[in-house]
Design a protein around this ligand. Structure first.
Ligand code: OGA
Ligand code: NI
Length: 331
């Protein structure tokens, strides 16, 4: 069965200056009606060059917002630029070339248009490409584009660097709760932690006030490390409002995901977020979801469970957590 890609729907919509009704959100979701306008509290920006302050700043931001931006993170600008160049070029390929990498039922990896069924039967204004980038044994090259020619090299190089940033974040998150630095990483499987890259491609949309890119959700990963292009669109839910995240050149956006919330027994909160789309410009983003392997059992760490503070989450295999989340079943 042929799947309609949003990229194709978008080209038609631009000519008609209108969008199909299945993309029109109900009022309580429409960004035009629900985005906060006014003095915006600052989403924290943390400079990783300032070694002394990192643990405190990361811990506070993770508790207060569940999302923050890091600058001076050590990934060379050219490495990120090259990741973005090859990803953008992939989405500019003719449709039939992209379809070679189409997802298959029951796999997350590949080129596609929708992962979750949405409650109100609405569609998200986004296409994507998913593939693992780490560890080597988890990579299925069938889902790594061969075109543009530098695609694979650029992704390998980025994986190496983003892994180091992940280590630094997990270490700070551990230390900030009084644990030894290695505890969260070890609880997530250590060197077997899997990095899944997603490229989000949000085509221009004639009615950005009515549609959403990615609908409100928390990430099921432990943490997510995201680089966007220069078009803003990420929004964070805090104190009952949707706030725009600023675009900061060369920053990485760190999201606290469900698995860190679970391990910390709720001391860190996974962040509720969504994305808006742009009237004239293509928005793209490259999140890397850092998660345990499927068979790993994850639950609140014993250090955070006591009579006064009972376990708030079930202990279960990550694959069972994923299954419930993707099928919207209670955990
Ligand atoms: C996601 C996501 C945010 C963005 O793909 O899970 O939240 O800025 N993306 O594109
Ligand atoms: Ni997300």
């Amino acid at each position: 069965m042929e799947v309609e890609r949003v990229q194709a729907i978008a080209s038609l919509s631009v000519q008609l200056d209108n969008i199909p009704s299945e993309f029109i959100r109900s009022e309580h979701e429409q960004p035009g009606k629900t985005t906060f306008h006014g003095p915006i509290p600052e989403i924290p920006v943390i400079d990783l060059a300032n070694k002394d302050g990192i643990v405190g700043a990361v811990t506070e931001a993770a508790k207060e917002w569940g999302l923050f931006q890091i600058v001076d993170h050590g990934i060379p600008v050219e490495v990120v630029k090259e990741l973005q160049r090859v990803g953008s070029e992939f989405f500019e390929l003719p449709q039939e070339e992209k379809e070679v990498y189409a997802t298959e039922p029951a796999t997350i990896e590949g080129y596609g248009t929708k992962l979750q069924k949405e409650d109100e039967g609405k569609k998200a204004w986004v296409d994507y490409l998913f593939h693992n980038i780490w560890p080597e044994s988890s990579i299925n090259y069938k889902f790594w584009p061969e075109n543009p020619p530098n695609y694979r090299k650029a992704n390998k190089e980025y994986a190496k660097h983003i892994l180091e940033v992940m280590d630094e974040m997990l270490t700070s998150l551990s230390l900030g709760l009084g644990l030894e630095g290695h505890v969260f990483k070890e609880a997530l499987g250590g060197e077997a932690i899997e990095l899944l890259l997603k490229i989000n491609y949000y085509p221009p949309c004639p009615r950005p006030d009515l549609a959403l890119g990615v609908v409100a959700h928390t990430d099921m990963s432990a943490i997510t490390l995201l680089v966007p292009n220069e078009v803003p669109g990420l929004q964070v839910f805090k104190d009952d409002h949707w706030f725009d995240a600023k675009y900061i050149p060369n920053a990485i956006i760190v999201h606290i995901g469900d698995q860190i919330e679970i391990l910390s027994n709720g001391l860190y909160k996974s962040v509720l977020h969504r994305t808006t789309v742009n009237k004239e410009k293509v928005r793209m983003s490259w999140p890397v979801f850092c998660s345990p392997r499927d068979e790993l059992v994850v639950g609140p760490l014993p250090q955070f469970v006591s009579e006064d503070s009972p376990a708030k989450y079930k202990t279960k295999k990550y694959k069972d957590y994923k299954y419930c989340k993707l099928n919207k079943l209670p955990q």
